[in-house]
Design a protein around this ligand. Structure first.
Ligand SMILES: Nc1nc2c(ncn2[C@@H]2O[C@H](COP(=O)(O)OP(=O)(O)OP(=O)(O)O)[C@@H](O)[C@H]2O)c(=O)[nH]1
Length: 797
């Protein structure tokens, strides 16, 4: 029996077969209780597809599961486990009140606006300033001028605050480290690195738009780093707000069990509070900025039945994901508020469920209950499993424990250049970091003294002498790269870094005035160090500086920052697509390099074959040469030649993907053979093998989503068709329509202004790398002819 195919009717049938008296229980609950494994397997939740699947898989899943299993059996981990179980009560109490959280969502859902309220209600800022507000000051977390002008977040910003929460009549102080992340896909690395080090997240959704394209990306990122989340449906004051549709979409589109923890009191501009479904109390905001929370036992008559219905739905959803509630449910009892709260916490931390809260950040309504939920339902640092690899014991995985007296282990997850030098953001996983302490970089094995430790509050900082286990801080004067692990030197631990997507777009750039050369290089170095998705290289043939990144906006922002922050005006070339090259079939080669120019000559013969690896992944080189026909040192030279040739492919000079070379035989000359000769011979063999017949140019396909008012549907679809888009799906809502398409990146340059023009500025689009796809034969011929012409011109010069 397929669980997913069976609905309520199936539940009823199953109940009668099992002899369960009343069929109110969800199917999975009954199955879990009565199942014989073969027939009644609970439904599994499949994560959404990942566009960088091969990379992500290597980074995660199977490997992670194996690592976890190994770690569980490791003696050192077992010792650490004992520490967790016998955690010093004081230390346990400290940790139980720490939350490291991120706010992530689709563009413009209100992350920064909500964070501004969080900072205000926790007393971190004295007044509220809006994103694109009339006072022209801008929100605290958007500290960069460009962010304030454009009204978008470009860099994630960290802050911290203390939230006083009333528990059993007593005030409890929670310390929250919070990172506000950008919504635009071009700055996705900021979300990636924040989620790598955070223990929990608030996923914000717009009450009108629900799950949007970037929500799906953020969902994938949260799954990649196993981050538990609560959901917050913002913009409840907007016309057409429908939180229950958004909840349905979390369940359906993200395949994440979710249920409302609140129902709204009043709709759209009448929205004035929420009913807490666990305690069945009405919560209102009063005061000029909603700073006073008023709780009432009386639930307004017009929402009473909705509240009861949604409470029942919450219990039913919890019964699906939590054993204790399932038992209570089957016994036809009603769980107590305490039992419900405990179940929501368990299910959220184990990532089986996301509790959904709602409010309006802009209208200062119902943000505080979301803060309470962060403390109630997201894990503290000791409840999150973090692993390191012990290099001193063949990379055995060990669990890290957020325990102050253990040796220090931290991960540098973000670098930023400041007026006082390089600022490195560190998540302390174990032990503590003290000012003046010497730490070891696991990658470089160098030790470095930590002269200053600060806690960041957007662009301001507060100096501290020490930072405890499980917290986030920034340090000055520590030279390192993003993703480096630091220890106190007594442990050989290293941690896995975050996932860095490959850039898809590049353009040539140079300063307009040659006197700006020094500042130009300085800026390039800085941006590259700070942002692993921004790459810079000099083309060896044209000597042009080429910058690559995640999209047009990404590169535009850096060109603009160069002008503002370094006073360098730049000239840029046309954006270029980062094509890839691959082989279509197995091709044998037998190539001889023989040059006699007087004196020592060059001689190398290489024999073997090249073939596609089957996946558009990394290239591979293998040697099966026997009998010393090519000596070992020349084989290394061949491998080097192969790798170099793959860096600059034979067809267009773009990287080669998914190709393997097997060297089977060869020949040497007693005096004329050299490492260089074998390297060059191999490079020539690659070039020969990649003839137009055997080589295939690949182009990046972009997953594109356009949302616009329904009256512009024809315009948008026409525009996409003109750009050779493959339309995968579309949905017409009450006011807006959404279209999902795969589009070749080469046809999408300048699309933002065209979409604006086609929708009177009301349409919005997102574009994200999806996969590589072969270009049409005619396009390949044109691209190769253009490349040949450019090469010929360069050589003439
Ligand atoms: N009506 C309404 N508008 C809101 C609400 N919250 C935010 N906004 C508006 O939505 C726009 C985007 O808000 P931001 O806070 O910048 O959104 P964001 O998610 O941080 O944006 P990015 O980081 O650039 O993706 C601004 O114009 C806000 O004033 C809300 O609760 N109701």
């Amino acid at each position: 029996m397929r669980v997913n195919a069976v609905g309520r009717a199936g539940t009823r049938a199953l109940c009668s077969r099992l002899g369960v008296s009343q069929c109110t229980a969800p199917l999975r609950v009954i199955q879990r209780r009565y199942a014989s494994a073969a027939v009644l397997r609970p439904a599994t939740i499949t994560p959404s597809a990942d566009p960088w699947s091969w990379r992500a898989r290597r980074h995660q899943s199977g490997a992670a599961a194996a690592v976890l299993e190994q770690a569980t059996e490791d003696p050192q981990t077992l010792a650490q486990e004992t520490i967790i179980q016998n955690l010093d009560p004081q230390e346990a109490a400290r940790l139980s009140k720490v939350r490291n959280i991120g706010i992530a969502a689709h563009i413009d859902s209100g992350k920064t606006t909500a964070t501004e309220r969080v900072l205000f209600y926790t007393g971190r800022i004295k007044s509220i300033h809006e994103v694109r507000g009339k006072d022209a000051i801008g929100a605290k977390m958007d500290s960069m001028d460009l962010e304030r002008e454009k009204g978008i977040t470009i860099q994630s910003a960290a802050t911290f605050c203390d939230w006083l929460k009333t528990e059993d009549g007593k005030e409890q102080r929670y310390h929250i480290n919070l990172i506000d992340t950008p919504g635009h896909i071009d700055f996705t690395i900021e979300v990636e690195r924040a989620l790598r080090v955070l223990d929990g997240a608030v996923m914000i959704l717009c009450a009108v738009s629900g799950v949007q394209s970037q929500t799906i990306t953020v969902d994938r990122q949260m799954r990649r780093y196993n981050v538990p989340r609560i959901s917050f449906i913002n913009k409840m004051d907007r016309m057409g707000a429908n939180p229950f549709k958004a909840i349905e979409q979390i369940n359906q589109k993200l395949r994440l069990p979710a249920a409302a923890m609140q129902v709204p009191i009043g709709t759209e501009d009448e929205f004035r509070g929420v009913v807490d479904l666990i305690r069945m109390k009405a919560i209102y905001n009063e005061g000029q900025k909603g700073e006073i929370i008023v709780e009432k036992d009386e639930i307004p008559a017009e929402v009473k039945s909705l509240a009861e219905e949604r409470r029942a739905k919450l219990i039913e959803t919890l019964a699906d994901v939590d054993e204790d509630i399932a038992e209570i449910f089957l016994d036809e009892r009603t769980p107590t508020p305490e039992q419900m709260k405990a179940a929501v916490r368990r299910a959220t931390i184990s990532r089986k469920f996301s509790p959904v809260f709602m409010g309006s950040a802009l209208a200062d309504t119902s943000v505080q209950p979301m803060l309470d939920a962060v403390c109630d339902f997201l894990p503290n640092p000791s409840e999150v499993e973090n692993l390191a690899l012990d290099r001193s014991r063949s990379e055995v995985p060990v669990k890290l424990v957020s325990y102050q007296s253990l040796p220090f282990v931290g991960l540098a997850f973000k670098l930023e250049e400041s007026n006082f030098g390089q600022l490195t953001y560190i998540r302390v996983y174990q032990g503590s970091l003290k000012k003046g302490m010497t730490v070891f970089n696991a990658r470089t094995d160098k030790k470095v003294k930590v002269p200053r430790i600060v806690r960041m509050h957007s662009n301001e900082m507060e100096e501290v002498p020490e930072i405890g286990a499980g917290e986030i801080c920034a340090v000055f004067g520590v030279d390192c790269a993003s993703g480096d692990t630091f220890t106190d030197g007594s442990l050989g631990y290293t941690m896995t870094s975050m996932f860095v997507p490959e850039p898809v777009i590049s353009l040539s750039i140079k300063p307009k005035q040659s006197k700006d050369g020094a500042n130009f290089s300085k800026a390039m170095n800085r941006f590259q160090r700070e942002d692993p998705t921004f790459r810079v290289h000099v083309d060896p043939e044209s000597q042009e500086t080429i910058i690559s990144g995640m999209g047009e906006l990404h590169l535009d922002i850096y060109v603009e920052r160069m002008r503002r922050e370094y006073k360098v005006d730049c000239e840029t070339g046309q954006p270029q697509v980062a094509y890839r090259e691959t082989l279509t079939q197995k091709v044998p080669f037998d190539h001889l390099l023989k040059k006699q120019t007087g004196g020592a000559g060059d001689y190398a013969r290489v024999i073997g074959y090249m073939e596609p690896t089957g996946a558009l992944a990394e290239n591979s080189f293998e040697s099966t040469v026997t009998g010393g026909n090519i000596p070992e040192k020349y084989i290394y030279a061949c491998e080097k030649g192969f790798n170099e040739a793959c860096e600059k492919g034979p067809l267009l000079g773009h990287k080669v993907l998914g190709s393997s070379m097997v060297m089977q035989d060869g020949a040497i000359h007693s005096t004329d053979s050299s490492e260089n000769a074998f390297k060059i011979a191999t490079m020539q063999a690659v070039r020969k093998t990649f003839s137009a017949k055997n080589g295939q140019v690949l182009e990046p396909m972009m997953k594109t989503t356009v949302v616009a008012p329904s009256e512009f549907q024809g315009n948008v679809v026409g525009l996409l068709n003109k750009r050779n888009a493959v339309i995968n799906d579309s949905e017409v809502g009450t006011e807006d329509f959404t279209v999902w398409a795969d589009t070749p990146l080469s046809n999408m340059f300048g699309i933002s202004s065209h979409i604006r023009a086609a929708t009177q500025g009301k349409g919005e689009y997102t574009m994200e790398f999806s996969h590589y796809s072969p270009v049409l034969p005619q396009t390949q011929r044109e691209l190769m002819a253009k490349h040949e012409k450019e090469m010929a011109e360069k050589h003439k010069k």
